[in-house]
Write a protein that binds this ligand. Structure first.
Ligand code: ZN
Ligand code: ZN
Length: 264
């Protein structure tokens, strides 16, 4: 089977991606209740029992809240670094089947090669994932994906990691003007979101993508849109005309309410 990738949910109220490659099915983050995730997986014809692992980027609830229920499947490996696992475990009574990785050190899981790398965000030890699979095989072609959902800015290491991915998932979190005008968030939270360890604005994401030299991208998914402080059409407008390396590139904006991937 050729790889398939689907974003099940992505917004400040829940993030999860489903990656199926060859014989391996994994979740990237689990930021919805287990009940909701199970329903979304069923829509993709994936039974919870078929899930091979979960990879967690950081402990924030919009990436981990499903672990409580999913850990009922005691054998299901949950990959995280030590600080993230500890922070998530603190709110659980059961102990998931933790598989601890080290940030910056690649590891293999079945047919996947997983590279967790550090990202600047206000969590204990947040990471992005660069994941590779396949090879010179007609029935198992080479592919790769970068999952980088929460970051305040993009250091050189992040640019390097994302440049290699054929599928790039990256946040376009907010419109600075909408965030400024927002009346629900206190000033301190706005400062956190805007900060160097907060979230990328639409403009910051566009600038980041433009600055990457010779990217390998075939598909880009713009995710983690704020429901109050961003707008799908605004993001689409911002990215109209962005062509990456000039080759064939499909750019999608993921609707924060429906998770539908809408062409930019
Ligand atoms: Zn976060
Ligand atoms: Zn988040």
């Amino acid at each position: 089977m050729v790889a398939s990738f689907k974003i099940l949910a992505s917004s400040s109220s829940g993030n999860a991606g489903l990656l199926r490659t060859g014989e391996t099915t994994v979740l990237l983050d689990a930021g919805l209740s287990a009940r909701k995730l199970t329903g979304l997986l069923a829509e993709e014809e994936v039974d919870l029992g078929e899930l091979d692992a979960i990879f967690l980027t950081h402990e924030h609830a919009d990436h981990t809240v499903g672990i409580r229920g999913l850990s009922k499947r005691a054998d299901l490996p949950v990959f995280a670094n030590r600080d993230t696992a500890q922070a998530v475990q603190a709110s659980l009574s059961r102990r998931p089947n933790w598989q601890i990785f080290e940030t910056g050190r690649a590891f293999s899981f079945r047919n996947l090669r997983v590279h967790p790398f550090s990202v600047p965000h206000d969590a204990y030890d947040p990471v992005g994932f660069f994941i590779e699979w396949g090879g010179e095989d007609l029935f198992n072609p080479r592919g790769s994906l970068a999952w980088v959902t929460d970051l305040g800015h993009a250091p050189v290491l992040v640019r390097e990691k994302i440049s290699k991915a054929s599928i790039l998932v990256i946040e376009a979190n907010h419109c600075p003007d909408m965030l400024e005008r927002d009346t629900k968030r206190p000033w301190s939270l706005k400062q956190r979101i805007r900060g160097r360890h907060g979230h990328l604005s639409n403009g910051a994401t566009l600038e980041l993508l433009r600055s990457v030299e010779n990217p390998n991208w075939k598909e880009i998914y713009l995710v983690h849109l704020s429901k109050d402080c961003n707008d799908v059409n605004l993001v689409r407008d911002s990215f109209t005309g962005f062509s990456g390396n000039g080759g064939t590139l499909a750019t999608y904006v993921v609707d924060p309410t429906t998770a539908e991937a809408i062409p930019a």
